[in-house]
Structures are given as C-alpha cells and as structure tokens.
Design a protein around this ligand. Sequence first.
Ligand SMILES: CC(C)(COP(=O)(O)OP(=O)(O)OC[C@H]1O[C@@H](n2cnc3c(N)ncnc32)[C@H](O)[C@@H]1OP(=O)(O)O)[C@@H](O)C(=O)NCCC(=O)NCCS
Length: 182
Amino acid sequence: MLLETKRLLLRRFRLEDAEDAFAMNQDPRVTRFIPGESNATVEAVKHLIQTTTLSDYEKYGYGRMAIIHKTDGHFMGFSGLKFLPDLQEVDLGYRLIQRDWGQGYATEAAQVVVRYGFETLGLQRIIAMAMRDNRGSIRVMQKLGMRFWKVSQYAGHEVVVYELTHTADTSQAGEGLTPGSP
Ligand SMILES: CC(C)(COP(=O)(O)OP(=O)(O)OC[C@H]1O[C@@H](n2cnc3c(N)ncnc32)[C@H](O)[C@@H]1OP(=O)(O)O)[C@@H](O)C(=O)NCCC(=O)NCCS
C-alpha cells in the first residue's frame, strides 16, 4: 500500500522507522497534546510499531502510515487510519516532526488518507480526536471538511471529536472549510 500526493509518499511503517519515530517523539512540542505515549527507548517504539501499527495492518488491512518527503526522502512523521475497537470507529491521525510543521503537509497527507478510506476501503465514516487546546490539529480537521461532533472523554482525557461521512462529505474533503467548532 502506497499513497502519493504532490509532495509526499505515505507507505507502511517498518520496524526500521523506530529510530526516526523515537526522535520525533522526544520533542516535547510534538507530544504536548499526546499524553501517555510509550517512548522511553527506540526499543519501546519498535515494540509499539510491532504490536499496534503492524498488527493493525494484519487485522484490518490498514493502519497509520509513515510519511516520507518525495524530494529528499526524509521521515516526516505519520498519518493514517486506525480502527478503534472500543469505539467501533475509524480514527484519522497525524503527527509530524516539528521542522515540517506549518507547510500544509498534515492536511495534504490526511486528504489522501481520507480519500483512500472512503474510495478504496469503502468506509462510510471517519472520526478524528484532539485535545481541546490542540488548535493546530483541530484546524487540520476543519480544513479537511470534517464537522465538529462532540466533546468526549478518551483514554482519560477530554477531547473534541470531529466526523466525516462518505456520502455527505467526501466530495468536499479538503476543498473548503466547514464552519463549526466546540
Ligand atoms: C497537528 C500537526 C500534525 C499539524 O501539522 P501541519 O503540517 O503544520 O498542518 P497544516 O500545515 O496542514 O495545517 C495546520 C493549520 O493549523 C493552523 N495552526 C497551527 N497551529 C495553530 C495554533 N496554535 N492555533 C491555531 N491554528 C494553528 C495553521 O495555521 C494551519 O492552518 P491554515 O492553513 O489555515 O493557516 C502538527 O502540528 C503536529 O505534528 N503536532 C504534534 C502532534 C499532534 O498534536 N498531532 C495531532 C494529535 S490529535
């Protein structure tokens, strides 16, 4: 599975990505709104990739994907879909190394992920969650055309939840803003 945009490649994670993912997660600006991530060592990140991401590919046929810059091939972070069995929902996620922020990359990556989810995987609905103060993340959801759904508790934290449905929203995904926020 390989997704491509103008500037980015999204490919499946490999265990060798653990060092880059570890380095990304060492930056407190990156993890500011992501509590409880187990990032103590490269080995811990490798274990996480093995037991969550690679396992999701096996179980569901999709999962978070590594983002690679087309021009110089550097590891930028991830985007992708994750099935959440506890909620019975498919969650869109994204995380980038700090030096790649602010250039539209997260939105660009998420747009192709959402299209893949609806058009190739045949999903009917995708949600995204962020802590209330994570304005950058929420802005990405809005730029994707997602609609505010609710404030909820997830993994012990208050989050805002946005939603996008195939029938109503796909054609607009990423092409405009949907008003509405918590
Ligand atoms: C959230 C994140 C993925 C965004 O990546 P990005 O490539 O900078 O996103 P984009 O450039 O596509 O869009 C970001 C938008 O948010 C806006 N934004 C960023 N920080 C903001 C803030 N503090 N307040 C308000 N808006 C903000 C940007 O201006 C931009 O909107 P615009 O295009 O209308 O100007 C990145 O900041 C990140 O990796 N953060 C750490 C990990 C994380 O929190 N992930 C989400 C967990 S829910």
